[in-house]
Ligand binder design. Structure first.
Ligand code: ADP
Ligand code: MG
Length: 383
């Protein structure tokens, strides 16, 4: 009665999820000293939620009403963003919620997404608080941009969404084994790599992929149209998704056939079956100082970069590869037994369960897995 219908809407409201144990354990104090003053200056309203345990952010994002927030900001490494994206995908209204603008502030030891966004914004490669300052600037000045997501299916029937990488072999082993060196920050990856190089393991399996060119026709025009309503498979793009709110939505992987069937005949299967590493990367950086995919120049390109080294690769080549990766010069001249292929879908079928696999740096048990890219399925704040 006499009151305005709704209170004036503040231009932006952020929900900040922060993992205080990420990286060197300084995320909270860095948020206070580097980020808060900037947010206050920008008159952004935000709520800070410091996580108390693993999966708390996943459950919150899965279960709570998110309509009060314009952006979900993650201050941690890539692992907390993985929780958020997979939490969004577990919601009943996932076709709306997966479009919730996200943002990343580097607070972990693996800050690949932050480093990639810093790179796309045209800034030089930096780490630590310099990277944090650049990402805070991107958060304050940027706009929501399409973020490619890869939908993964495992032989144990898990469905996972990934925004960064999938790996098996040397890189995933280093990711997991170096967790104990987290206090060193991103240096943990270099140390872990040198340790692993002295005791190389080979991983037996079958690697297949759909080369990016041959699927460009299918991919064209698929931005925002990946989500099909469950019972009828009728196209249901995000703009009109409110019409069937509450109905279970599934993400359709149009490029994949079930894992128990052979890959389609137009796929390529690698003839070798002993690998040192397999990496699928959909951003430019694999770590703050690992410029692993220099061919990726921006967000939302709709391509997965597949890298693999077969067991014939020499230690010397591997060392050269990892040293050159800091500057992204590792692809300037060919390295024997190291290959790069742009793809839109892939499948890995291990001969036996060797080592672990990682998705966005988070470990999953070794199993058969396949995935495909969904161009622009999510959104992230970018300049
Ligand atoms: P880092 O780059 O240092 O690995 P991440 O963001 O990847 O940082 O976080 C590491 C792991 O910690 C992730 O698996 C994440 O799910 C988990 N995690 C998030 N919040 C907490 C918490 N409060 N306590 C313990 N683990 C947490
Ligand atoms: Mg991590």
């Amino acid at each position: 009665q006499g009151h305005p219908i709704s209170p004036p809407r503040s231009p932006r409201r952020f929900l900040v999820l922060l993992n205080p144990f990420a990286g060197t354990g300084k995320a909270l104090s860095q948020f206070e000293t580097h980020v808060m003053p900037m947010l206050e200056e920008m008159k952004v309203r935000y709520t800070l939620l410091v996580t108390e345990r693993r999966n708390q952010a996943y459950e919150l994002v899965r279960d709570e009403d998110l309509s009060g927030w314009d952006v979900i900001v993650v201050m941690s490494g890539d692992g907390l963003m993985y929780e958020v994206i997979n939490g969004l995908m577990e919601r009943q209204d996932r076709n709306v919620s997966i479009k919730k603008p996200l943002a990343i502030l580097p607070g972990g030891s693996g800050n690949a997404l932050a480093a990639s966004l810093n790179h796309y914004s045209g800034q030089t490669q930096v780490t630590g608080t310099k990277l944090l300052n650049n990402c805070t600037f991107i958060l304050c000045k940027g706009r929501p941009s399409p973020l490619d997501l890869v939908s993964l299916t495992t032989s144990s029937n898990r469905r996972i969404l990934s925004f960064l990488s999938f790996s098996w072999g040397l890189i995933s082993d280093v990711d997991v084994e170096s967790e104990k060196y987290r206090f060193m920050g991103s240096v943990r990856f270099s140390i872990g790599t040198f340790v692993r190089l002295t005791m190389l393991r080979s991983y037996g399996g079958c690697l297949s992929y759909l080369p990016a060119r041959s699927s460009s026709v299918q991919q064209k025009g698929t931005v925002d149209a990946h989500l099909l309503s469950a019972p009828h498979n009728s196209t249901n793009n995000v703009q009109n998704s409110h019409t069937d709110k509450g109905e279970a939505q599934i993400l359709e992987d149009s490029l994949l056939v079930p894992l128990d069937q052979p890959v389609p005949s137009h796929w390529t299967t690698v003839p070798e079956n002993q690998f040192i590493l397999i990496l699928l990367l959909y951003q430019s950086h694999l770590g703050a100082d690992l410029y692993a995919a220099p061919m990726v120049s921006g967000l939302g390109e709709g391509v997965i970069q597949l890298f693999y080294a077969t067991s014939s690769i020499s230690r010397k080549s591997l060392l050269k590869l990892f040293l050159a990766m800091e500057k992204g010069t590792h692809l300037e001249e060919p390295i024997p037994h190291f290959n790069h292929v742009p793809v839109t879908a892939f499948r890995i079928e291990p001969l036996e369960a060797t080592g672990i696999m990682t998705v966005d740096g988070e470990s999953i048990p070794c199993c058969s897995v396949q995935g495909q890219i969904h161009r622009g399925l999510g959104r992230i704040i970018n300049i």
